[in-house]
Design a protein around this ligand. Structure first.
Ligand SMILES: Cc1ncc(COP(=O)(O)O)c(C=O)c1O
Length: 472
């Protein structure tokens, strides 16, 4: 039987063998509680300390600034619940993961106003829009590093500078960017940064939150004095060890040619699928009319003071009332990988120079426009005249795992809030699929997917009366 082809790495990834091996002793002979004072406890404690050092290298921070937790959702929730108080204002984007969006909605019930900044049609957030949304009482800005559905990388460094100038705290949800692009919380200028092990070949249910020294975060969980009183609960020692091993391997993969190889595979896949009529990529290019400087001066500008309450609801499912707020300043130069991922230099002392940046950029296939920076493993493609879910099932039956939108929302019938926020209509958003490659992806897997996707698309379109005669 043909092995399955897993192209849903943004949902989760398998453990690498080295990660399993690193974790194994901490379930068995080294099972101690890291808080116990006897030898068993000390062994566990030492393992957590080593993992903390590794993660400090990964984030480029001090070991004391690493808080181990249960993953991305907890990190995201902690950033908002831990910093925001009634009367505060928070800025985030309408394309965040639900761990941020729903936390913001809950904070709204507690008297926190939130502005949700929309992306441009390319999926990029315009830093000028973030700046425009700032108010005197803005306490927190939270923007993701890479979008889970499109892979689009956001200009977090620019946003970090804006937050710094405004005296606001800055949180980055880096769950989908971590391990895929050079990483440096100092360079990003953030106070908080969430990552999750299972998105980078580590175990599920464990992650870390970078908390910059002095950030007055209230813990989400209270009880013991674990993690310097920032996250109570007996440490998940095997999980923490697995996270650190996965992070170590991810850092190596940024230097060993994995990323350009992955980008080339992704681009070949994308190009092959785009040869089909009625297809296109969501979030690959920014077309000339979308940049900040090209919008008509008469286009609506969000008034930070005016629409606070409207802002409480992300524009999910509101394609008709969708307005882009991208006015004024010149368009950023995101045309090259280097401009989106500058070489980092303000780094953890133990971090080798080569890990700090300079990764060859993923090329972008598809049509006209300026390439938008994306993580190398992701492409999100729309297929006109078919239902995305039907294509997911058809491909599953052929042994290919992909996702129709965010896996965290699977089962939901609503079209992706990310694609809707980018201005897609409901049908096109519903007819979009995310292909997210594992770092172990092969040419043979791409060959197979390029064989079965056209067959499945043709078959489904043949069944669709709407497609007849429209896609010649
Ligand atoms: C961007 C982003 N943030 C947060 C999360 C939640 O992470 P976790 O599964 O570790 O809770 C995910 C998971 O898909 C994600 O993609």
């Amino acid at each position: 039987m043909r092995p399955r082809v897993y192209m849903d790495a943004n949902a989760t990834t398998p453990l690498l063998p080295e990660v399993v091996e690193a974790m194994r002793p901490y379930w068995m002979e080294r099972f101690g509680n890291a808080s116990s004072i006897h030898l068993d406890g000390q062994q566990a404690h030492a393992a957590v300390d080593r993992a903390r050092e590794t993660m400090a290298g990964f984030f480029n921070c001090h070991a004391a600034e690493v808080v181990f937790n249960s993953g991305g959702t907890e990190g995201d929730n902690t950033a908002l619940f831990g910093l925001l108080r009634p009367g505060d204002h928070c800025i985030t984007t309408s394309i965040e993961h639900s761990a941020i969006l729903q936390a913001a909605q809950r904070m709204a019930q507690n008297g926190v106003e939130t502005t949700f900044v929309d992306p441009a049609p390319s999926g990029l957030i315009d830093p000028a829009e973030i700046e425009r949304a700032i108010r005197p009482h803005t306490r927190l800005i939270s923007v993701m590093l890479a979008n889970n559905e499109t892979g689009v990388l956001q200009p977090v460094e620019e946003i970090g500078k804006i937050a710094g100038a405004a005296g606001a705290f800055f949180h980055i949800d880096a769950v989908q960017g971590a391990g895929k692009v050079p990483f440096d919380v100092r360079r990003f200028g953030c106070h908080l940064c969430s990552i999750s092990a299972h998105k980078m070949h580590g175990p599920k249910g464990v992650g870390a939150l970078f908390v910059r020294r002095g950030t007055p975060i209230e813990p989400l969980l209270v009880g013991g004095s674990h993690e310097r009183r920032r996250r109570a609960g007996t440490e998940n020692v095997p999980g923490i060890v697995g996270l650190a091993k996965a992070a170590e391997l991810a850092m190596l993969s940024l230097e060993d040619g994995t990323i350009p190889r992955l980008a080339a595979l992704r681009d070949r896949l994308e190009k092959g699928i785009l040869a089909l009529p009625g297809t296109g990529v969501n979030g690959a290019r920014q077309s000339a009319p979308e940049g900040r400087h090209e919008n008509s001066p008469g286009q609506a500008q969000r008034s930070p003071g005016k629409d606070a309450n409207n802002d409480l609801a992300p524009r999910r499912g509101a394609a008709n009332s969708f307005v882009h707020h991208n006015l004024g300043a010149p368009a950023p130069d995101f045309g090259t990988w280097e401009s989106a991922n500058p070489i980092f230099n303000d780094c953890h002392p133990e971090r080798p120079r080569a890990q700090r940046g300079g990764v060859e950029g993923p090329a972008v296939a598809s049509s006209n426009g300026i390439p938008v920076p994306r993580v190398a493993n992701t492409t999100n493609i729309w297929f006109d005249q078919l239902e995305g879910e039907a294509l997911v099932i058809a491909l599953d039956l052929k042994g290919v795992s992909v996702s129709g939108g965010s896996a965290c929302h699977s089962g939901a019938t609503e079209p992706s809030h990310v694609l809707m926020a980018m201005g897609l209509d409901r049908n096109r958003a519903r007819a979009s699929l995310r292909f997210s490659l594992l770092k172990t992806a092969t040419e043979a897997e791409i060959d197979y997917v390029l064989q079965v996707v056209p067959q499945a698309v043709e078959h489904l379109r043949a069944l669709s009366p709407a497609a007849a005669g429209t896609l010649g």
